[in-house]
Design a protein around this ligand. Structure first.
Ligand code: GDP
Ligand code: MN
Length: 380
């Protein structure tokens, strides 16, 4: 789960990690009030969206007068940044930056540990630094039984800074980041950039925290901050209807009974050169209402060009499923081609029932998926 920068900064403040003071605002008028309240002639207006790269997208502007504050606030609020619409900005005291650095804590699956990542190349896309100049990124694997004692924090701080005064400031920041990471069940705590100011202070000017969804049951304060994206809303909605649904972004909408078969279906789509639009496990019933709900879910995705229904009849009988599908498609009107593969108990009877329909009936899973991929490639 992700939270906004201003929320992450509140966690920083409660843990004693210094960051530039800021006020969150929902319109230009409150931005100008915030500008007065901050008593700072120079401020930054920062889009609050649950995605990175706001700077590059024009969602971060430096303002030095009231008219600039209003102008930038007006342009940033409502802006679309990677499909997130900005409904909040943070007006923050601008900092005189001397140099920018990168510090984060993240779960590293290879070492099965938390890893502390540091770089002198702060402020820019860290993935790019890692790809082009991996030698500029330092990693320290953290032993969970030891954590980050003083000597280790000092060693880490010295990798970034030469100045003793800055090193002294960095040590507790690194330790508090780790404390926050552990206590709040974070999967990422990232400061990019942490800056040395002209005045010689070390300050976080950006803040990013991701949390482990599986730990939210014991982090109710964090769970309350959850703001689902449009896709996550759909997934939640599907969950409430008894489906397991994950949006994937391709063109082939999949409706499958059983999670294992759904996974195999997605793998085969990829193998034949297609892109699945989603993972959808409708479970083991032949209830037409379920098929209707599942179809609505698939068709609400504008990228879906083909629907592939892949059913294996075990306890569920294929003729029941076919009846359910026929019933459902009396109510669903769509021009999107539908490929169906029914296999297992009473498959012949099932296919017989669907003979007259406009569906593409496939005999095997391979045929069905090849057909779906072919149809998806021809349709753009
Ligand atoms: P991101 O693009 O979403 O990662 O947003 P950041 O908060 O990291 O800001 C991007 C860049 O804007 C930083 O690396 C800085 O160069 C610049 N920036 C942000 N806040 C300030 C500030 O208070 N003063 C100055 N001079 N630059 C800032
Ligand atoms: Mn940043």
């Amino acid at each position: 789960m992700k939270i906004h920068e201003y929320q992450a900064k509140e966690f920083f403040t409660s843990y004693g990690i210094p960051s530039a003071e800021g006020i969150v605002c929902r319109n230009a008028e409150s931005c100008s009030e915030a500008y007065c309240d901050l008593h700072s002639s120079k401020v930054v207006i920062k889009a609050q969206v649950l995605t990175g790269g706001r700077g590059k997208a024009g969602g971060i502007k430096l303002a030095t007068s009231m008219s600039q504050v209003v102008k930038y606030a007006t342009s940033i609020i409502g802006m679309d940044i990677k499909s997130y619409i900005v409904d909040r900005v943070m007006v923050a005291q601008a900092v005189n930056i001397k140099s920018e650095y990168y510090i984060s804590l993240v779960i590293d699956r290879n070492s099965k540990s938390t890893v502390l990542i540091l770089s002198k190349e702060g402020g820019i896309d860290i993935e790019e630094v890692a790809a082009k100049t991996p030698e500029k990124i330092f990693k320290i694997i953290i032993d969970p039984f030891i954590g980050i004692p003083n000597f280790l924090a000092a060693r880490a701080a010295r990798m970034l800074f030469d100045n003793n005064d800055i090193i002294k400031q960095a040590i507790p920041i690194i330790q508090k980041m780790y404390q926050l990471f552990i206590e709040k069940d974070a999967s990422l705590v990232e400061i990019n950039p942490i800056v040395v100011t002209e005045e010689g202070k070390l300050l976080a000017i950006d803040a990013k925290i991701n949390f482990d969804d599986n730990a939210l049951y014991r982090q109710s304060e964090i769970e309350a901050l959850f703001e689902p994206s449009a896709e996550e809303k759909k997934e939640q909605d599907a969950k409430s209807k008894g489906f397991s649904f994950v949006h994937l972004g391709g063109k082939i909408g999949c409706m499958v009974n059983g999670a294992g078969l759904a996974m195999a279906t997605m793998d085969m789509i990829k193998l034949y050169g297609g892109e699945p639009a989603n993972f959808l496990d409708i479970g083991g019933s032949s209830n037409p209402n379920k098929v209707i709900e599942a179809m609505k879910l698939l068709l609400s995705d504008k990228d879906v060009k083909v629907v592939l229904i892949n059913i294996f009849g075990g306890i569920t009988r294929c003729d029941d499923v076919a009846k359910g599908l026929k019933e459902a498609f009396k109510q669903i009107k769509t021009d999107i081609p539908i490929v169906i593969r029914l296999s297992g108990t009473n498959e012949k009877e099932g296919r017989e029932l669907l003979k007259e329909s406009s569906f593409h009936n496939a005999l095997t899973m391979g045929d069905a998926i090849r057909k779906a991929v072919e149809l998806s490639i021809n349709k753009n």
